[in-house]
Design a protein around this ligand. Structure first.
Ligand SMILES: [Zn+2]
Ligand SMILES: [Zn+2]
Length: 341
């Protein structure tokens, strides 16, 4: 490991919010600053977005974490040290670390442009330590350069909410009328991307959440209403960001023949039985799994040139549990982002 930049104060220990398998709270611990191995970079984290997937880790919905683990996969920071053989990045460069942390490179998925499906893949903040700490180590091949003028805090939610949201949007093809179920961090970004592409957005929120309705309308939704209400016209596709299985038949009812329901989350409650006629006439249900590096680069390039009003709520690292509680309770508008200073 090479030394930090001259004059930079690299500490021997760091703060980390740690999940040890007994949720629902993370523990603030002092850990040694990790050393980057061959091909890895050490990153001084400055911001890390709080994603619903972190909640699924902490709540035990995702059952195979490597323990103990530092969650967080919307990491933005600067390269602080280089492991042996690192070529893509220099010290001081701004980088992002997304959910996909490593793949085998040899399986049928990796060899066919579908590394998001690699059965050996490692995931940041789940099976590799992530960004809920002052430093993290990442394989340089899976880091993404973060260009553009956005602050670290405003860039962080792009790394998953934006990126996975965009993969979900692409699965909707050229659908013009897009329903977004669950208007949180991902939907608030993707609503704006979809509008910039000339699509119309219909936002479905938790019944009773009038603030979310106003939020969605403020970001240009053609219509916003509770998820138990029918939209004013048929939709061409629906993207489900809320982890609620009952929304699948609801969304099938809302889409036109040939339309697609895209389940964008990594976890969802059970989908209730529904009559075949809801699916009939070539409606489709698909899921989105993870990302490829190609997705990451394409989306960050798009985001750098698309005006996106990012709504972020800064939360101090040590208060990560509060951010998770608020996300769990649906009391966030936009994205919570942990800040390290
Ligand atoms: Zn593979
Ligand atoms: Zn995520």
């Amino acid at each position: 490991m090479s030394a930090g930049a001259p004059g930079s104060a690299m500490r021997a220990t760091m703060r980390a919010m740690v999940y040890r398998g007994a949720g629902p709270a993370l523990a603030l611990e002092e850990w040694p600053v990790p050393a980057p191995g061959a091909g890895e970079v050490l990153i001084r984290v400055s911001a890390c977005g709080v994603c619903r997937t972190d909640l699924h880790v902490v709540d035990g919905d995702l059952t195979e974490p490597r323990l103990p683990v530092v969650p967080g996969h919307e990491v933005v920071g600067r390269v602080a040290a280089l492991g042996a053989g690192v070529e893509r990045f220099r010290e001081g460069e701004r980088v992002g670390v997304p959910w996909l942390g490593w793949t085998c490179g040899a399986c049928r998925y990796c060899l066919s442009g579908r590394e998001n499906l690699c059965p050996e893949a490692l995931f940041t903040g789940y099976t590799r330590d992530g960004g809920y700490g002052d430093y993290c180590v990442a394989d340089e091949r899976y880091c993404l350069p973060v260009a553009g003028a956005r602050s670290d805090m405003h860039a962080a939610p792009l790394l998953c909410a934006g990126l996975i949201g965009h993969r979900a949007l692409r699965m909707a093809g050229d659908a013009e009328r897009i329903g977004l179920y669950g208007f949180g961090a991902a939907a608030h970004i993707i609503a704006q991307v979809a509008r910039a592409e000339g699509r119309r957005v219909f936002a479905f929120v938790r019944p009773g959440d009038d603030a979310a309705i106003a939020f969605a309308r403020g970001l240009g939704a053609a219509w916003a209403g509770p998820s138990d209400e029918a939209p004013p016209e048929e939709l061409d596709a629906a993207l489900l960001f809320a982890p609620v299985g009952a929304l699948v038949p609801a969304a099938l009812r809302a889409i036109a023949p040939g339309g697609t329901v895209v389940c964008a989350g990594i976890h969802m409650s059970e989908i209730p039985a529904f009559p075949y006629e809801l699916l009939w006439r070539e409606r489709r249900i698909v899921s989105v799994a993870n990302l490829t590096r190609e997705d990451g680069e394409a989306f960050l390039a798009l985001a750098a040139s698309t005006p996106i009003e990012m709504h972020v709520e800064p939360v101090a690292l040590a208060d990560a549990n509060l951010a998770l509680d608020r996300l769990r309770a649906g009391r966030l508008q936009g994205a919570a982002v942990l800040t390290m200073d």
